[in-house]
Ligand binder design. Structure first.
Ligand code: PMT
Length: 407
């Protein structure tokens, strides 16, 4: 795979040499881009020796005007030629530039022109890492689908002990490897992913909904697309941009979600139902806003279509992966739902744990399959959980094909 390693200007820049070496040893074709500050910490020659290629150190060539013209569009060529952009160390400054779209050097300009997957490995002083500005920038970048490798805790060069240390370069290389190894194992698959909440109207201005942010489903959609699938993402109302190379269908209600899923069922090979679909709706929505009165209001609610159960009946030989969001008796409820709704696999999460499940960037799940096997994943970033879920789906598909072949 062709990988650009962007090196930011932090004390951990020296570790980027180890990362570049590890990626090269694993057979990747690596192009290094250094910021001006990075060159204060480590010489371009180190990276040139490790990669056998010229290191890109600025937007404009210092040589002839002809060279300068060629280098003015070099960031576009580098963006087109490479499959993955890994930035290590990603400094607070780089995260801020990427998040706000500032393009005043080669690396930040490349980031804007790059349409492939981006992996950021931040490293900085603990106070800078914990600063709300840095955390907000990270949140923005996560929402755009960047993979973030959290820094480790430990002794930092600035003399304090805390979070902010660049992880072992081998760990970063392993993460990159997971992304690249898996790159095409879903090619040829057409995957429907449902995500987010649904909104069920009470009147023209009010609705019933839930706390789903869509982050889990969007992470699955983005990962499946990265791994080569054609992804149809049927999403309730969320505040997230569509992941790259994903066909987004926006819906509001459970009924609209059901209709969108069944409209595409024929072409699908895998369906992953991570949406938090409302269980009830108001059948008779008044045309006008309900007036407030001093007395108690009773609402009559009817059950929404159970999309997962209907899919279980009509899925044919497609793989059906359900979710279960529980606040107690996780495994019992998960097993019950998996069998009742005829799922091939079910991802169960406890949604009352602090910092996990609904809204959060992280999750912890049990992945159950009909064979009785259960795999635990997390607590981890939802992008990582998404990869683990897809690993299990790929494994299940392999096992089913092996059974078919021997039948
Ligand atoms: O969106 P995030 O903030 O990232 O949060 C992620 C999540 C917590 C929403 C996600 O991890 C999750 O658990 N999704 C399933 C939520 C849910 O509705 O669970 P449930 O146990 O109520 O439903 C079981 C399954 O039936 C789900 O696959 C659901 O999509 C499906 N269902 C439910 C009701 C309905 N009418 N139709 C359905 O298809």
């Amino acid at each position: 795979m062709r990988i650009v390693v962007g090196v930011g200007g932090g004390i951990a820049a020296y570790k980027a040499a180890e990362l570049v070496r590890a990626l090269g040893q694993r057979g990747h074709d690596v192009q290094v881009v250094m910021t001006r500050a990075a060159q204060e910490f480590i010489q371009p020659l180190t990276f040139a020796s490790l990669t056998g290629r010229k290191v890109i150190t600025g937007l404009f060539s210092q040589n002839s005007s002809q060279d300068a013209l060629a280098s003015a569009v070099e960031h576009i060529a580098v963006a087109k030629e490479n499959d993955l952009l890994v930035v290590a160390p990603a400094t607070a400054d780089l995260l801020a530039k990427f998040a706000s779209g500032l393009a005043d050097d080669f690396l930040s300009t490349l980031y804007l022109a790059f349409t492939g997957h981006v992996v950021l490995s931040p490293a900085m002083n603990t106070a800078m890492w914990e600063h709300p500005a840095t955390q907000t920038n990270l949140e923005t970048l996560r929402k755009r689908g960047c993979s973030i490798i959290d820094p480790e805790e430990g002794w930092l060069a600035c003399g304090v002990t805390g979070a902010g240390r660049l992880p072992d370069p081998i760990r970063i290389a392993d993460h990159v490897e997971t992304l690249t190894r898996a790159k095409s194992d879903f090619s040829g698959e057409i995957v429907i992913v449902t995500a987010g909440p649904t909104q069920e109207a009470l009147d023209p201005v009010r609705y019933i909904s839930n706390r789903s942010s869509g982050k889990m489903g969007y992470a699955i959609a983005a990962a499946a697309a990265r791994r080569g699938a054609h992804v149809i993402l049927v999403s309730g109302p969320v505040q997230l941009p569509a992941p790259p190379r994903v066909q987004l269908i926006s819906v509001k209600t459970a009924l609209e979600m059901r209709n969108a899923v069944f409209h595409h069922l024929e072409e699908a090979t895998i369906i992953i139902k991570s949406a938090a679909v409302a269980d009830y709706y108001v059948a008779n929505i008044p045309e006008q806003k309900r007036k407030k009165t001093a007395t108690r209001l009773s609402l009559e609610l009817d059950p929404t279509p159970d999309i997962l159960a209907e899919l279980g009946d009509k899925k044919g030989d497609r793989l059906l992966i359900g979710f279960a969001a529980e606040t107690e008796n996780l495994m019992e409820e998960a097993r019950r739902k998996m069998h009742a709704k005829k799922c091939d696999m079910l991802v169960a999460n406890l949604v009352n744990a602090h910092g996990l499940g609904f809204e959060s960037d992280r999750n912890e799940v049990e992945i159950l399959s009909r064979s009785g096997q259960t795999v635990h994943a997390g607590p981890a970033d939802k992008n990582e959980i998404a990869e683990r879920i897809l690993d299990e789906v790929a494994m299940l598909r392999l096992n089913l094909r092996a059974v078919d072949a021997t039948a």
